[in-house]
Design a protein around this ligand. Sequence first.
Ligand SMILES: *[C@@H]1O[C@H](CO)[C@@H](O)[C@H](O)[C@H]1NC(C)=O
Ligand SMILES: *[C@@H]1O[C@H](CO)[C@@H](O)[C@H](O)[C@H]1NC(C)=O
Ligand SMILES: *[C@@H]1O[C@H](CO)[C@@H](O)[C@H](O)[C@H]1NC(C)=O
Ligand SMILES: *[C@@H]1O[C@H](CO)[C@@H](O)[C@H](O)[C@H]1NC(C)=O
Length: 572
Amino acid sequence: MVSIPLLLAFLAPAAFACCKPLERRSMRVHESRSSVPQGFVNQGPAAPDTVLHMRIALTQSDSAGLEDALMAVSTPGSASFGQHLSKEEVEAFVSPSQDTTDAVRTFLEQSGIQATEITPAGDWLGFQITVGEANQLFDSNFNVFKHAESGRENIVTMAYSVPADLSEHVRLVHPTISAFPKLPLITTPLVNPISQASSSSDVTPPASCTNVTTPACLQDLYNIPTAAAKSSSNNLGVAGFIEEFANKQDLSLFLKTLRPDINPATTFHLETLDNGTNSQVLADAGFEASLDIQYTVGIATGVPVTFISAGEQNFDSDLDGFLDMIRFLQFQISPPQVLTTSYGQDEDDVSPALAESLCNAYAQLGARGVSILFSSGDGGVGGGGQGLECTTFEPAFPSGCPFMTSVGATTDIPETSAFFSSGGFSNVFARPAYQAQAVAAYLKRLGTTNAGLFNTTGRAFPDVAAQGTDFEVFVDQQPFLISGTSCSSPLFAAMVSLVNAELLSAGKRPLGFLNPFLYGAAAGAFSDITTGSNPGCGTNGFPALEGWDPVTGLGTPNFSALLAAAKKAAGL
Ligand SMILES: *[C@@H]1O[C@H](CO)[C@@H](O)[C@H](O)[C@H]1NC(C)=O
Ligand SMILES: *[C@@H]1O[C@H](CO)[C@@H](O)[C@H](O)[C@H]1NC(C)=O
Ligand SMILES: *[C@@H]1O[C@H](CO)[C@@H](O)[C@H](O)[C@H]1NC(C)=O
Ligand SMILES: *[C@@H]1O[C@H](CO)[C@@H](O)[C@H](O)[C@H]1NC(C)=O
């Protein structure tokens, strides 16, 4: 943990104040962190001439209005259910007032900084300055923090300030107090090579899916249709980061072997940002990207799938393109109706203001009718730093965000919780109304177990679960078994896309933000998982119990029941 002298060094006031009219405005600390992020070591001050790609998030004109609108369009039975907002309607809620924009721009211009709007609503400004300039502008003290395990270096300040009269106009400045260990943020803990011989080309579903999980097994287990969905406007997005590439030949071999009933030439579209690529050199294929693409294309039969690859030229400073991915989609007139992401991090690594800003961006896309899904994480209650000491449970980000859907993992048949399935309670986001009843019932059953180790008022996750062990995946033309909640999110996303296909072809809107529907009209479409737990931090973690629980959420989906609930909610 933190050594006190180190901390004091960070908090020492910036020593130099040379050429800026700081004294004209009183500065106020805007964000600070009390301890060095877990696993990081201070390497000393960042070189003053290092260029920072800085961003400022401005106060939005009506973020509460956005949340109300999101809930109204996402809650079955509400008068405006399914009447998703247009891009412009969303932007009207989140664009800053003219006062706010003017105040922040004037402040920057006084220091010779020309900022550009980097989101369609203009609620984020971007500019480049040096560390030396940033230290003066924001009373910060940027140091280089090295993540001991990965070697990744972040430029971090323990605190920063903005002029006191500006604090109401500024949500956050980034990069500042957040630090991120190297991705893959959600790792796939068990990657086992399997011999060619054990890769069966037998298409009949195995009597049990215990040993190898395949599309046929999942279709059987969850009643997922094998027939191709119709609807030309449907699209399932798969987020790719950290140069994880999905190979088309591997997909083709996967389909030939495990989906012989569909055309092995079935493929995916590619969109890139931040100079992303998708190398088709077989040796460059990544486990995560291969898994994500093979179990979306291989389950969402007939649904167009788009691999969205964020490259290394992301200037969201160690967030590996997380901010840019969502900005990229905000600019699209027709973003994919479903986006699955199998990357994430510990909530503690992200400043609360940054977590709220990303969460707000998910709400914006949700209001437009996009279902945002993430894996819940593979570290049980200990989070990504489960190898390190934890004195309290470590919730995952963005699973703590109430405006996305977090997917945990199960294993075996009959299904039980996967031990690694992260779940718990956010320390940043309060519990949303849609899950209040389900979570209260769990807390009552839990009693005093784990008391003091988690935040009883926080947004609880995951929302749902799906199988997450021993998925057969082809990487560089070889079969492997992969486990992790990284399996579960693409699988559930594919099922949501198949539901959307039916809704769209009946002239209805897609499901959009899922949770009010899942906890409400669709709650009966999940098989409750009541065994197992997610150990971590020297405890057994949370037990899966009757009803919602912070290991498997509402349980695992039954596609036919989910579709029936969706049709009913849509008035079909
Ligand atoms: C499948 O798993 C079971 C128990 O986990 C094991 O006994 C059996 O040998 C496995 N079968 C194969 C073909 O690997
Ligand atoms: C990204 O690629 C484009 C050309 O494809 C190039 O002009 C640009 O300089 C690249 N950007 C960076 C930051 O490398
Ligand atoms: C617990 O969560 C709430 C949000 O529900 C938050 O305001 C509070 O600060 C959290 N407490 C701690 C100790 O993190
Ligand atoms: C799945 O849902 C269908 C339709 O609601 C129902 O007939 C079936 O029994 C369900 N299966 C399971 C395993 O719950």
